[in-house]
Each structure stands twice: as C-alpha cells, then as structure tokens.
Ligand binder design. Structure first.
Ligand code: ZN
Length: 133
C-alpha cells in the first residue's frame, strides 16, 4: 500500500549551488550529503515538512543523472512514494500491467530498498519510485 510521498528527486548540474539555494535562500536545513558510487550519484537531502527533497548530481559522465541532464536539463527527476511492502505493491502493479525498470529492488540512499516504475506506464510523464522504509 502506498502511504505517502516520501521524496522528490531533482536533477542538478552543480550540487554546491543547488545546496546553497535550498539552504541559504530558502532557509531549509541540510540533512546530509551522500555519495552512491554504484549509481554514479551524489545526493543532498533537505527535509521540507514530511517530504524529503533530494538534489541529485552526477559523479561522472556515465551516471544516469548525467544522461538525464544531457537530454532534459536540470529539473524534476522522480517522485517517490513510500510503500508499506515493495513485494506486495510491485506484484499488485505488475498484475495491473505496470512494468518496473528492474527485476528486483535496489538499495537507494540511506540503504532503503527502492524500485522504479516504467515511466511510460505511470501515465503522467513522471518517473515514479517506490521506497520501503
Ligand atoms: Zn528517489
């Protein structure tokens, strides 16, 4: 079951200037910065009420975020919904014809399992992630 919006991922070219905007201009407390070398990502987290904003910057040119930035420029990358059970929700979505981008969940930021839905199946042009905490 989907519980709530967990976080919004925003692709940025320059993490330092994006962090400066969220921290200094908006006055949001920086929760942390994490590198995920396996996914070629460096992520800064801001908590905005109940929702996290993740600023996603590429670690190198082969990163999925580097490819996204090249194609679409900086902007909203994905919306993550918190799932009470990835196994159940993925099975339920697959039964309704929604494809996933990977066979199995991967470990995302902070070590939580995540999986992405196929963007063509979410019918809203937004890449959707499920995360179990
Ligand atoms: Zn995410």
């Amino acid at each position: 079951m989907v519980k709530k919006i967990d976080h919004i991922g925003i692709a940025v070219e320059n993490l330092d200037s994006a962090v400066a905007f969220w921290r200094d201009s908006l006055g949001m407390p920086l929760q942390g910065i994490e590198e995920l070398p396996a996914r070629g990502l460096k992520i800064a987290f801001f908590k905005v009420g109940e929702v996290l904003v993740e600023l996603l910057a590429p670690l190198g040119p082969e990163s999925e975020i580097a490819k996204f930035l090249e194609k679409r420029g900086p902007g909203m990358h994905h919306l993550a919904l918190e799932s009470s059970s990835l196994d159940e929700d993925v099975a339920g979505l697959k039964a309704k014809g929604v494809r996933m981008l990977s066979e199995k969940p991967a470990l995302g930021a902070e070590g939580f399992p995540i999986i992405f839905m196929h963007p063509k199946d979410s019918a809203c042009g937004v890449l959707m992630e499920l995360i179990q905490k």
